[in-house]
Design a protein around this ligand. Structure first.
Ligand SMILES: [Zn+2]
Length: 564
Protein backbone atom coordinates (compact mmCIF):
# COMPACT_ATOMS: atom_id res chain seq x y z
CA UNK A 1 0.00 0.00 0.00
CA UNK A 2 2.76 2.35 1.03
CA UNK A 3 4.67 1.52 -2.15
CA UNK A 4 1.65 2.39 -4.29
CA UNK A 5 1.31 5.76 -2.58
CA UNK A 6 5.00 6.54 -3.24
CA UNK A 7 4.55 5.61 -6.87
CA UNK A 8 1.52 7.90 -7.11
CA UNK A 9 3.49 10.76 -5.56
CA UNK A 10 6.20 10.23 -8.16
CA UNK A 11 3.58 10.28 -10.89
CA UNK A 12 2.11 13.49 -9.56
CA UNK A 13 5.55 15.12 -9.44
CA UNK A 14 6.17 14.05 -13.01
CA UNK A 15 2.84 15.46 -14.09
CA UNK A 16 3.56 18.79 -12.36
CA UNK A 17 6.99 19.01 -14.05
CA UNK A 18 5.42 18.25 -17.43
CA UNK A 19 2.79 20.91 -16.84
CA UNK A 20 5.47 23.48 -15.96
CA UNK A 21 7.44 22.60 -19.05
CA UNK A 22 4.35 22.81 -21.24
CA UNK A 23 3.33 26.15 -19.80
CA UNK A 24 6.75 27.55 -20.83
CA UNK A 25 6.12 26.50 -24.37
CA UNK A 26 2.75 28.17 -24.12
CA UNK A 27 4.53 31.52 -23.58
CA UNK A 28 3.59 31.66 -19.97
CA UNK A 29 6.53 33.99 -19.39
CA UNK A 30 6.38 37.44 -17.90
CA UNK A 31 5.97 39.94 -20.73
CA UNK A 32 8.44 42.85 -20.66
CA UNK A 33 9.80 45.57 -22.95
CA UNK A 34 13.42 44.58 -23.34
CA UNK A 35 15.86 41.81 -22.45
CA UNK A 36 19.59 42.14 -22.94
CA UNK A 37 21.43 38.85 -22.44
CA UNK A 38 24.88 37.35 -22.97
CA UNK A 39 26.50 40.45 -21.46
CA UNK A 40 28.97 41.03 -18.64
CA UNK A 41 26.88 43.18 -16.32
CA UNK A 42 28.48 45.03 -13.44
CA UNK A 43 25.45 45.70 -11.28
CA UNK A 44 27.44 47.78 -8.74
CA UNK A 45 25.14 46.45 -6.00
CA UNK A 46 26.52 46.25 -2.46
CA UNK A 47 28.23 42.90 -3.19
CA UNK A 48 29.57 44.22 -6.51
CA UNK A 49 27.86 41.28 -8.29
CA UNK A 50 28.49 40.54 -11.93
CA UNK A 51 25.77 38.87 -13.98
CA UNK A 52 24.68 38.24 -17.61
CA UNK A 53 21.20 39.51 -18.39
CA UNK A 54 18.87 42.37 -17.57
CA UNK A 55 15.10 42.75 -18.06
CA UNK A 56 13.35 46.10 -18.46
CA UNK A 57 9.71 47.14 -18.33
CA UNK A 58 8.22 50.65 -18.20
CA UNK A 59 11.65 52.21 -17.83
CA UNK A 60 12.57 50.16 -14.76
CA UNK A 61 14.68 47.10 -14.10
CA UNK A 62 12.50 44.03 -13.59
CA UNK A 63 15.29 41.52 -13.01
CA UNK A 64 18.94 40.72 -13.55
CA UNK A 65 20.46 37.26 -13.63
CA UNK A 66 22.00 34.46 -15.66
CA UNK A 67 21.06 34.53 -19.36
CA UNK A 68 19.42 31.06 -19.27
CA UNK A 69 17.26 31.87 -16.26
CA UNK A 70 16.19 35.22 -17.65
CA UNK A 71 15.30 33.84 -21.10
CA UNK A 72 13.36 30.99 -19.49
CA UNK A 73 11.25 33.29 -17.34
CA UNK A 74 10.80 36.47 -19.38
CA UNK A 75 9.72 37.47 -22.84
CA UNK A 76 10.16 40.91 -24.40
CA UNK A 77 9.37 43.02 -27.43
CA UNK A 78 13.12 43.55 -27.86
CA UNK A 79 15.54 40.75 -27.11
CA UNK A 80 19.13 41.77 -27.60
CA UNK A 81 22.18 39.51 -27.65
CA UNK A 82 24.99 41.67 -26.24
CA UNK A 83 27.60 39.20 -27.52
CA UNK A 84 29.74 39.44 -24.43
CA UNK A 85 29.80 43.24 -24.25
CA UNK A 86 29.94 45.10 -20.92
CA UNK A 87 27.12 46.84 -19.09
CA UNK A 88 27.42 49.37 -16.27
CA UNK A 89 24.96 51.66 -14.52
CA UNK A 90 24.66 55.01 -16.34
CA UNK A 91 27.44 57.30 -15.19
CA UNK A 92 26.70 60.22 -12.90
CA UNK A 93 28.91 63.30 -12.82
CA UNK A 94 28.64 64.59 -9.26
CA UNK A 95 30.09 67.99 -10.09
CA UNK A 96 29.65 69.71 -13.43
CA UNK A 97 28.30 72.86 -15.02
CA UNK A 98 25.94 71.41 -17.61
CA UNK A 99 24.22 74.63 -18.67
CA UNK A 100 27.53 76.53 -18.68
CA UNK A 101 29.10 73.79 -20.79
CA UNK A 102 26.11 73.82 -23.16
CA UNK A 103 26.21 77.59 -23.69
CA UNK A 104 30.00 77.41 -23.96
CA UNK A 105 29.64 75.12 -26.98
CA UNK A 106 28.30 78.18 -28.82
CA UNK A 107 31.33 80.38 -28.00
CA UNK A 108 34.98 80.32 -29.12
CA UNK A 109 36.67 77.18 -27.83
CA UNK A 110 40.07 78.16 -26.43
CA UNK A 111 40.77 74.85 -24.67
CA UNK A 112 44.20 73.47 -25.47
CA UNK A 113 45.48 76.68 -27.08
CA UNK A 114 49.26 76.82 -26.70
CA UNK A 115 49.89 80.57 -26.71
CA UNK A 116 48.23 83.97 -26.56
CA UNK A 117 48.84 84.36 -30.32
CA UNK A 118 46.94 81.15 -30.97
CA UNK A 119 44.03 82.52 -28.94
CA UNK A 120 44.02 85.71 -31.01
CA UNK A 121 43.94 83.63 -34.21
CA UNK A 122 41.11 81.43 -32.91
CA UNK A 123 39.14 84.51 -31.94
CA UNK A 124 39.65 86.18 -35.34
CA UNK A 125 38.25 83.10 -37.07
CA UNK A 126 35.36 82.92 -34.63
CA UNK A 127 34.60 86.63 -35.10
CA UNK A 128 34.50 86.20 -38.88
CA UNK A 129 31.80 83.54 -38.47
CA UNK A 130 29.87 85.47 -35.80
CA UNK A 131 29.51 88.98 -37.13
CA UNK A 132 27.58 90.67 -34.34
CA UNK A 133 27.50 91.22 -30.62
CA UNK A 134 29.80 90.02 -27.87
CA UNK A 135 32.79 87.83 -28.57
CA UNK A 136 33.08 85.29 -25.79
CA UNK A 137 35.28 82.26 -25.34
CA UNK A 138 36.50 79.87 -22.71
CA UNK A 139 39.33 77.50 -21.97
CA UNK A 140 42.66 79.39 -22.07
CA UNK A 141 45.31 78.40 -19.54
CA UNK A 142 48.53 80.38 -19.26
CA UNK A 143 50.13 77.38 -17.55
CA UNK A 144 50.15 75.70 -20.98
CA UNK A 145 52.15 78.52 -22.59
CA UNK A 146 55.90 79.11 -22.91
CA UNK A 147 55.43 82.39 -21.01
CA UNK A 148 53.26 81.39 -18.06
CA UNK A 149 51.98 84.85 -17.26
CA UNK A 150 48.60 86.44 -17.68
CA UNK A 151 48.23 88.25 -21.03
CA UNK A 152 46.98 91.83 -21.35
CA UNK A 153 44.26 93.17 -23.62
CA UNK A 154 46.23 95.45 -25.98
CA UNK A 155 45.81 93.21 -29.05
CA UNK A 156 42.13 92.68 -28.27
CA UNK A 157 41.61 96.45 -28.11
CA UNK A 158 43.29 96.97 -31.48
CA UNK A 159 41.47 94.12 -33.22
CA UNK A 160 38.04 94.69 -31.70
CA UNK A 161 37.67 98.36 -30.77
CA UNK A 162 33.86 98.24 -31.16
CA UNK A 163 32.97 94.70 -30.10
CA UNK A 164 33.09 93.71 -26.44
CA UNK A 165 35.27 90.64 -25.75
CA UNK A 166 35.36 88.39 -22.66
CA UNK A 167 37.57 85.29 -22.64
CA UNK A 168 37.38 83.09 -19.57
CA UNK A 169 40.23 80.99 -18.22
CA UNK A 170 39.76 77.19 -18.19
CA UNK A 171 38.81 77.19 -14.47
CA UNK A 172 36.26 80.01 -14.80
CA UNK A 173 38.05 81.90 -12.02
CA UNK A 174 39.91 84.39 -14.23
CA UNK A 175 39.09 86.17 -17.48
CA UNK A 176 40.41 88.79 -19.85
CA UNK A 177 38.15 91.55 -21.19
CA UNK A 178 38.89 94.17 -23.84
CA UNK A 179 38.47 97.91 -23.31
CA UNK A 180 35.03 97.97 -24.92
CA UNK A 181 33.72 95.34 -22.48
CA UNK A 182 35.35 97.01 -19.46
CA UNK A 183 33.81 100.32 -20.48
CA UNK A 184 30.32 98.80 -20.83
CA UNK A 185 30.71 97.39 -17.31
CA UNK A 186 32.06 100.67 -15.90
CA UNK A 187 35.23 99.00 -14.58
CA UNK A 188 37.80 101.57 -13.42
CA UNK A 189 41.59 101.26 -12.92
CA UNK A 190 42.38 100.51 -9.28
CA UNK A 191 38.76 99.60 -8.48
CA UNK A 192 38.42 97.36 -5.39
CA UNK A 193 35.81 94.67 -4.67
CA UNK A 194 35.28 91.78 -2.24
CA UNK A 195 36.23 88.32 -3.40
CA UNK A 196 37.84 89.47 -6.61
CA UNK A 197 40.47 91.65 -8.17
CA UNK A 198 40.87 93.90 -11.19
CA UNK A 199 44.42 93.93 -12.48
CA UNK A 200 45.84 97.44 -12.95
CA UNK A 201 49.39 98.16 -14.16
CA UNK A 202 50.78 101.70 -14.52
CA UNK A 203 47.29 103.00 -13.68
CA UNK A 204 45.90 101.13 -16.71
CA UNK A 205 43.50 98.20 -16.78
CA UNK A 206 45.19 95.12 -18.27
CA UNK A 207 41.82 93.44 -18.84
CA UNK A 208 42.56 90.63 -16.35
CA UNK A 209 39.69 89.99 -13.95
CA UNK A 210 39.79 87.52 -11.07
CA UNK A 211 36.78 85.78 -9.49
CA UNK A 212 34.00 88.23 -8.49
CA UNK A 213 35.40 90.87 -10.87
CA UNK A 214 34.41 88.70 -13.85
CA UNK A 215 30.71 89.08 -12.98
CA UNK A 216 30.95 92.86 -13.41
CA UNK A 217 31.54 92.30 -17.11
CA UNK A 218 29.60 89.07 -17.58
CA UNK A 219 26.44 90.66 -16.23
CA UNK A 220 26.44 92.99 -19.29
CA UNK A 221 26.27 90.11 -21.78
CA UNK A 222 22.70 89.79 -23.12
CA UNK A 223 20.82 86.63 -22.01
CA UNK A 224 20.56 83.89 -24.66
CA UNK A 225 16.98 83.32 -25.82
CA UNK A 226 14.99 80.16 -25.11
CA UNK A 227 15.73 78.53 -28.47
CA UNK A 228 19.44 79.14 -28.01
CA UNK A 229 19.40 77.48 -24.61
CA UNK A 230 17.32 74.57 -25.91
CA UNK A 231 19.66 73.90 -28.84
CA UNK A 232 22.70 74.25 -26.61
CA UNK A 233 21.33 71.72 -24.09
CA UNK A 234 20.33 69.23 -26.80
CA UNK A 235 23.85 69.43 -28.21
CA UNK A 236 25.43 69.12 -24.77
CA UNK A 237 23.34 66.11 -23.74
CA UNK A 238 24.25 64.27 -26.94
CA UNK A 239 27.96 64.73 -26.12
CA UNK A 240 27.27 63.52 -22.58
CA UNK A 241 25.28 60.44 -23.64
CA UNK A 242 28.16 59.51 -25.96
CA UNK A 243 30.48 59.19 -22.94
CA UNK A 244 27.93 57.30 -20.85
CA UNK A 245 26.51 60.07 -18.66
CA UNK A 246 22.86 59.72 -17.70
CA UNK A 247 22.79 62.18 -14.75
CA UNK A 248 24.79 65.35 -14.18
CA UNK A 249 24.99 67.58 -11.13
CA UNK A 250 24.76 71.21 -12.23
CA UNK A 251 26.58 73.09 -9.49
CA UNK A 252 25.09 76.54 -9.17
CA UNK A 253 22.07 77.65 -11.22
CA UNK A 254 19.70 80.59 -10.90
CA UNK A 255 16.09 79.73 -10.19
CA UNK A 256 15.16 81.09 -13.62
CA UNK A 257 17.60 78.59 -15.21
CA UNK A 258 15.97 75.80 -13.24
CA UNK A 259 12.48 76.80 -14.38
CA UNK A 260 13.63 76.88 -17.99
CA UNK A 261 15.43 73.54 -17.65
CA UNK A 262 12.27 72.01 -16.18
CA UNK A 263 10.13 73.08 -19.16
CA UNK A 264 12.80 72.01 -21.67
CA UNK A 265 12.87 68.57 -20.00
CA UNK A 266 9.06 68.31 -19.95
CA UNK A 267 8.39 69.57 -23.48
CA UNK A 268 11.50 69.91 -25.63
CA UNK A 269 13.40 66.65 -25.54
CA UNK A 270 16.02 67.44 -22.92
CA UNK A 271 16.39 63.94 -21.49
CA UNK A 272 19.46 64.35 -19.33
CA UNK A 273 18.70 63.92 -15.64
CA UNK A 274 19.94 66.90 -13.67
CA UNK A 275 20.64 67.28 -9.97
CA UNK A 276 20.62 71.06 -9.81
CA UNK A 277 22.15 73.12 -7.02
CA UNK A 278 20.89 76.66 -6.62
CA UNK A 279 23.52 79.36 -6.40
CA UNK A 280 23.98 81.37 -3.21
CA UNK A 281 21.77 84.38 -4.03
CA UNK A 282 18.89 85.80 -1.92
CA UNK A 283 16.33 85.44 -4.72
CA UNK A 284 17.16 81.72 -5.07
CA UNK A 285 16.58 81.08 -1.35
CA UNK A 286 13.28 82.98 -1.49
CA UNK A 287 12.14 81.03 -4.54
CA UNK A 288 12.87 77.49 -3.40
CA UNK A 289 11.80 77.89 0.22
CA UNK A 290 8.44 79.13 -1.06
CA UNK A 291 8.12 76.44 -3.72
CA UNK A 292 9.73 73.58 -1.76
CA UNK A 293 12.14 70.91 -3.00
CA UNK A 294 11.64 69.94 -6.66
CA UNK A 295 11.55 66.31 -7.77
CA UNK A 296 10.41 65.35 -11.27
CA UNK A 297 11.48 62.36 -13.35
CA UNK A 298 14.46 64.35 -14.62
CA UNK A 299 15.10 67.18 -12.21
CA UNK A 300 15.95 67.21 -8.52
CA UNK A 301 16.53 70.42 -6.55
CA UNK A 302 17.25 70.29 -2.83
CA UNK A 303 20.63 71.91 -2.42
CA UNK A 304 22.63 75.11 -2.60
CA UNK A 305 26.05 75.76 -4.07
CA UNK A 306 28.19 78.22 -2.13
CA UNK A 307 31.69 79.42 -3.01
CA UNK A 308 34.28 79.63 -0.22
CA UNK A 309 37.30 80.65 -2.31
CA UNK A 310 38.72 80.80 -5.84
CA UNK A 311 40.99 78.35 -7.69
CA UNK A 312 44.63 77.38 -7.33
CA UNK A 313 45.62 78.11 -10.95
CA UNK A 314 44.62 81.77 -10.66
CA UNK A 315 45.93 81.95 -7.04
CA UNK A 316 42.44 82.67 -5.71
CA UNK A 317 42.38 79.55 -3.48
CA UNK A 318 42.53 80.66 0.16
CA UNK A 319 45.60 79.22 1.90
CA UNK A 320 46.55 79.12 5.60
CA UNK A 321 50.17 80.02 4.75
CA UNK A 322 51.23 82.23 1.81
CA UNK A 323 51.62 80.83 -1.71
CA UNK A 324 55.07 79.33 -2.32
CA UNK A 325 55.28 81.32 -5.58
CA UNK A 326 53.79 84.68 -4.48
CA UNK A 327 55.29 86.29 -1.41
CA UNK A 328 52.84 87.22 1.34
CA UNK A 329 49.81 86.23 -0.80
CA UNK A 330 47.18 83.93 0.75
CA UNK A 331 44.47 84.09 -1.92
CA UNK A 332 41.06 85.08 -0.59
CA UNK A 333 37.61 84.04 0.53
CA UNK A 334 34.80 84.97 -1.85
CA UNK A 335 32.53 85.98 1.06
CA UNK A 336 33.03 86.62 4.77
CA UNK A 337 33.01 83.80 7.33
CA UNK A 338 29.86 85.45 8.76
CA UNK A 339 28.14 84.98 5.40
CA UNK A 340 28.97 81.26 5.29
CA UNK A 341 27.64 80.93 8.82
CA UNK A 342 24.38 82.71 8.04
CA UNK A 343 23.64 80.69 4.90
CA UNK A 344 24.55 77.43 6.67
CA UNK A 345 21.95 78.26 9.32
CA UNK A 346 19.22 79.05 6.78
CA UNK A 347 20.00 75.96 4.70
CA UNK A 348 20.06 73.76 7.81
CA UNK A 349 16.81 75.16 9.18
CA UNK A 350 15.02 74.47 5.88
CA UNK A 351 16.39 70.93 5.61
CA UNK A 352 18.34 71.56 2.40
CA UNK A 353 21.80 70.31 1.44
CA UNK A 354 24.78 72.67 1.45
CA UNK A 355 27.51 72.13 -1.15
CA UNK A 356 30.47 74.47 -0.87
CA UNK A 357 33.34 74.97 -3.28
CA UNK A 358 36.55 74.94 -1.21
CA UNK A 359 39.99 74.63 -2.79
CA UNK A 360 42.59 76.04 -0.37
CA UNK A 361 43.36 74.58 3.07
CA UNK A 362 42.04 77.75 4.69
CA UNK A 363 38.86 77.67 2.59
CA UNK A 364 38.34 74.02 3.53
CA UNK A 365 38.99 74.63 7.23
CA UNK A 366 36.50 77.49 7.45
CA UNK A 367 33.79 75.46 5.73
CA UNK A 368 34.48 72.32 7.79
CA UNK A 369 34.10 74.35 10.98
CA UNK A 370 31.00 76.15 9.70
CA UNK A 371 29.38 72.81 8.81
CA UNK A 372 30.42 71.28 12.15
CA UNK A 373 28.68 74.07 14.05
CA UNK A 374 25.29 73.07 12.57
CA UNK A 375 25.75 69.34 11.93
CA UNK A 376 27.17 68.83 15.47
CA UNK A 377 27.86 65.05 15.09
CA UNK A 378 27.59 62.16 12.64
CA UNK A 379 24.44 62.59 10.53
CA UNK A 380 22.80 61.86 7.18
CA UNK A 381 22.50 65.42 5.84
CA UNK A 382 25.20 64.70 3.21
CA UNK A 383 26.53 68.25 3.23
CA UNK A 384 29.26 68.35 0.65
CA UNK A 385 32.56 70.13 0.16
CA UNK A 386 33.12 70.48 -3.57
CA UNK A 387 36.75 69.83 -4.60
CA UNK A 388 38.24 69.52 -1.06
CA UNK A 389 41.41 70.07 -3.01
CA UNK A 390 44.00 71.10 -0.42
CA UNK A 391 43.23 69.96 3.11
CA UNK A 392 45.47 70.52 6.11
CA UNK A 393 46.47 67.06 7.36
CA UNK A 394 44.95 67.82 10.77
CA UNK A 395 41.55 68.55 9.19
CA UNK A 396 40.84 65.28 7.31
CA UNK A 397 39.21 63.70 10.35
CA UNK A 398 36.53 66.42 10.44
CA UNK A 399 34.98 64.94 7.28
CA UNK A 400 34.30 61.68 9.12
CA UNK A 401 33.44 63.22 12.48
CA UNK A 402 30.60 65.30 10.99
CA UNK A 403 29.75 63.05 7.98
CA UNK A 404 30.83 65.78 5.56
CA UNK A 405 31.09 64.45 2.01
CA UNK A 406 34.12 65.39 -0.10
CA UNK A 407 33.03 65.65 -3.75
CA UNK A 408 36.19 65.42 -5.86
CA UNK A 409 37.31 65.58 -9.49
CA UNK A 410 40.24 63.22 -10.19
CA UNK A 411 41.21 64.94 -13.47
CA UNK A 412 41.96 68.10 -11.47
CA UNK A 413 44.85 66.17 -9.90
CA UNK A 414 46.28 65.14 -13.25
CA UNK A 415 45.74 68.59 -14.81
CA UNK A 416 47.22 70.55 -11.89
CA UNK A 417 50.10 68.17 -11.05
CA UNK A 418 52.50 70.02 -13.38
CA UNK A 419 52.39 73.26 -11.38
CA UNK A 420 50.50 72.68 -8.10
CA UNK A 421 53.77 72.12 -6.25
CA UNK A 422 55.00 75.58 -7.36
CA UNK A 423 51.96 77.14 -5.67
CA UNK A 424 52.03 74.94 -2.56
CA UNK A 425 55.54 73.64 -1.92
CA UNK A 426 56.22 70.00 -0.96
CA UNK A 427 54.75 69.97 2.57
CA UNK A 428 51.22 71.05 1.61
CA UNK A 429 51.18 68.70 -1.37
CA UNK A 430 50.71 65.82 1.10
CA UNK A 431 47.14 66.97 1.76
CA UNK A 432 46.39 67.91 -1.86
CA UNK A 433 44.27 65.80 -4.26
CA UNK A 434 44.26 63.16 -1.50
CA UNK A 435 41.27 61.17 -2.72
CA UNK A 436 42.07 57.90 -0.97
CA UNK A 437 42.51 59.67 2.37
CA UNK A 438 39.25 61.53 1.74
CA UNK A 439 37.43 58.29 0.82
CA UNK A 440 38.54 56.71 4.09
CA UNK A 441 36.81 59.40 6.17
CA UNK A 442 33.23 58.29 5.42
CA UNK A 443 33.84 55.12 3.39
CA UNK A 444 32.36 56.59 0.21
CA UNK A 445 33.16 59.45 -2.16
CA UNK A 446 31.34 60.88 -5.20
CA UNK A 447 33.44 61.68 -8.29
CA UNK A 448 32.95 64.26 -11.02
CA UNK A 449 34.78 66.36 -13.58
CA UNK A 450 33.77 69.98 -13.03
CA UNK A 451 33.23 70.16 -16.82
CA UNK A 452 33.78 72.43 -18.76
CA UNK A 453 36.81 73.02 -16.50
CA UNK A 454 37.84 69.46 -17.44
CA UNK A 455 36.72 67.16 -20.23
CA UNK A 456 33.23 65.65 -19.84
CA UNK A 457 34.39 62.02 -20.03
CA UNK A 458 33.86 59.82 -16.93
CA UNK A 459 36.42 57.44 -18.44
CA UNK A 460 39.02 60.16 -17.86
CA UNK A 461 37.76 60.51 -14.29
CA UNK A 462 38.08 56.75 -13.79
CA UNK A 463 41.56 56.66 -15.34
CA UNK A 464 42.83 59.65 -13.36
CA UNK A 465 41.41 58.19 -10.12
CA UNK A 466 42.85 54.71 -10.63
CA UNK A 467 46.06 55.31 -12.59
CA UNK A 468 46.80 58.91 -11.48
CA UNK A 469 48.29 59.78 -14.88
CA UNK A 470 47.18 62.23 -17.55
CA UNK A 471 46.15 61.28 -21.10
CA UNK A 472 49.82 61.47 -22.17
CA UNK A 473 50.63 58.72 -19.66
CA UNK A 474 52.63 61.04 -17.37
CA UNK A 475 54.08 60.59 -14.80
CA UNK A 476 55.40 57.07 -15.30
CA UNK A 477 54.50 55.80 -11.81
CA UNK A 478 51.45 57.99 -11.27
CA UNK A 479 51.08 61.26 -9.38
CA UNK A 480 51.06 60.69 -5.57
CA UNK A 481 49.89 57.16 -6.32
CA UNK A 482 49.27 56.42 -2.62
CA UNK A 483 46.07 58.39 -3.22
CA UNK A 484 44.91 56.28 -6.18
CA UNK A 485 41.48 54.65 -5.84
CA UNK A 486 40.79 51.00 -6.61
CA UNK A 487 38.73 50.21 -9.73
CA UNK A 488 35.67 49.18 -7.71
CA UNK A 489 35.92 52.39 -5.71
CA UNK A 490 36.27 54.51 -8.83
CA UNK A 491 33.29 52.81 -10.51
CA UNK A 492 31.19 53.32 -7.37
CA UNK A 493 32.36 56.95 -7.35
CA UNK A 494 30.84 57.62 -10.79
CA UNK A 495 27.68 55.60 -10.12
CA UNK A 496 26.21 54.63 -6.73
CA UNK A 497 28.24 57.01 -4.56
CA UNK A 498 27.48 59.92 -6.89
CA UNK A 499 23.79 58.93 -6.64
CA UNK A 500 24.10 58.84 -2.87
CA UNK A 501 25.60 62.32 -2.77
CA UNK A 502 22.37 63.41 -4.53
CA UNK A 503 20.02 61.41 -2.21
CA UNK A 504 19.16 59.19 -5.21
CA UNK A 505 20.79 55.88 -4.35
CA UNK A 506 17.41 54.15 -3.97
CA UNK A 507 16.45 54.89 -7.58
CA UNK A 508 19.73 54.83 -9.55
CA UNK A 509 23.48 54.23 -9.43
CA UNK A 510 23.25 50.42 -9.57
CA UNK A 511 21.43 47.87 -11.72
CA UNK A 512 18.97 46.27 -9.32
CA UNK A 513 15.31 45.28 -9.41
CA UNK A 514 13.00 48.30 -9.20
CA UNK A 515 15.63 50.89 -10.12
CA UNK A 516 15.59 53.13 -13.19
CA UNK A 517 16.84 51.46 -16.36
CA UNK A 518 19.73 53.91 -16.85
CA UNK A 519 22.73 51.99 -18.15
CA UNK A 520 25.45 51.85 -20.78
CA UNK A 521 27.05 49.21 -22.96
CA UNK A 522 30.78 49.41 -23.69
CA UNK A 523 33.11 47.56 -26.05
CA UNK A 524 35.81 46.81 -23.47
CA UNK A 525 35.82 46.05 -19.77
CA UNK A 526 36.49 49.03 -17.52
CA UNK A 527 37.30 46.65 -14.67
CA UNK A 528 39.78 44.44 -16.54
CA UNK A 529 41.30 46.47 -19.41
CA UNK A 530 45.01 47.27 -19.04
CA UNK A 531 45.55 50.81 -17.69
CA UNK A 532 46.78 52.17 -21.03
CA UNK A 533 43.56 51.02 -22.73
CA UNK A 534 41.10 52.61 -20.31
CA UNK A 535 40.90 55.81 -22.33
CA UNK A 536 40.10 53.97 -25.55
CA UNK A 537 36.99 52.26 -24.20
CA UNK A 538 33.93 53.24 -26.24
CA UNK A 539 30.34 53.58 -25.20
CA UNK A 540 28.30 51.59 -27.72
CA UNK A 541 24.93 52.66 -26.39
CA UNK A 542 23.39 54.63 -23.55
CA UNK A 543 19.94 54.04 -22.08
CA UNK A 544 17.79 56.29 -19.92
CA UNK A 545 14.48 54.91 -18.62
CA UNK A 546 15.14 51.89 -20.82
CA UNK A 547 15.15 54.09 -23.96
CA UNK A 548 18.24 54.08 -26.09
CA UNK A 549 19.34 57.74 -26.20
CA UNK A 550 22.71 57.10 -27.85
CA UNK A 551 24.00 54.41 -30.14
CA UNK A 552 27.43 54.21 -31.71
CA UNK A 553 27.21 50.99 -33.70
CA UNK A 554 24.58 48.28 -33.97
CA UNK A 555 25.12 45.78 -31.16
CA UNK A 556 23.84 42.81 -33.08
CA UNK A 557 20.61 42.04 -34.81
CA UNK A 558 17.97 42.94 -32.27
CA UNK A 559 15.28 40.56 -33.39
CA UNK A 560 11.83 41.40 -32.37
CA UNK A 561 10.07 38.52 -30.66
CA UNK A 562 13.04 36.30 -31.40
CA UNK A 563 12.09 33.69 -28.85
CA UNK A 564 8.48 33.34 -29.91
ZN1 LIG B 1 32.58 73.73 -10.39
Amino acid sequence: MQAIIILSMKKICLLISLATLLSCHNNNKQQTDCIIYNAVIYTVDSAFSVTQAIVIKDGKIVATGKSDDILRNYDAVDIINAEGKFIYPGFIDAHAHFLGYALGLQTANLTGTGSWDEIIDTLKTFAAGHQEGWLTGRGWDQNDWAVKEFPDNRQLNELFPDRPVLLTRIDGHAAIANQKALKLAGVQPGQQLTGGSIETKNKQLTGILIDNAIALVRSKIPEPDRDNVKNALLHAQQNCFAVGLTTVDDCGLRYSDIELLDTLQQKDGVKMRVYAMLSDKPENYDYIFKRGKIKTGRLHVCSFKVYADGALGSRGACLLQPYADKKGWHGFLLSSAAHFDSVAKVIYDHGFQMCTHAIGDSGNRIILHTYAKYLKKKNDKRWRIEHAQIVNINDFKLFGKYSIIPSVQPTHATSDMYWAIDRLGPERMKGAYAYKTLLQQNGWIPLGTDFPVEDISPFKTFYAAVVRKDAKGWPQHGFQSENALGRQEALRGITIWAAKSNFEEKEKGSLEKGKLADFIITDKDLMQAPPDQLLSIHVLSTYIDGDRVFEQTALSESDSNKSK
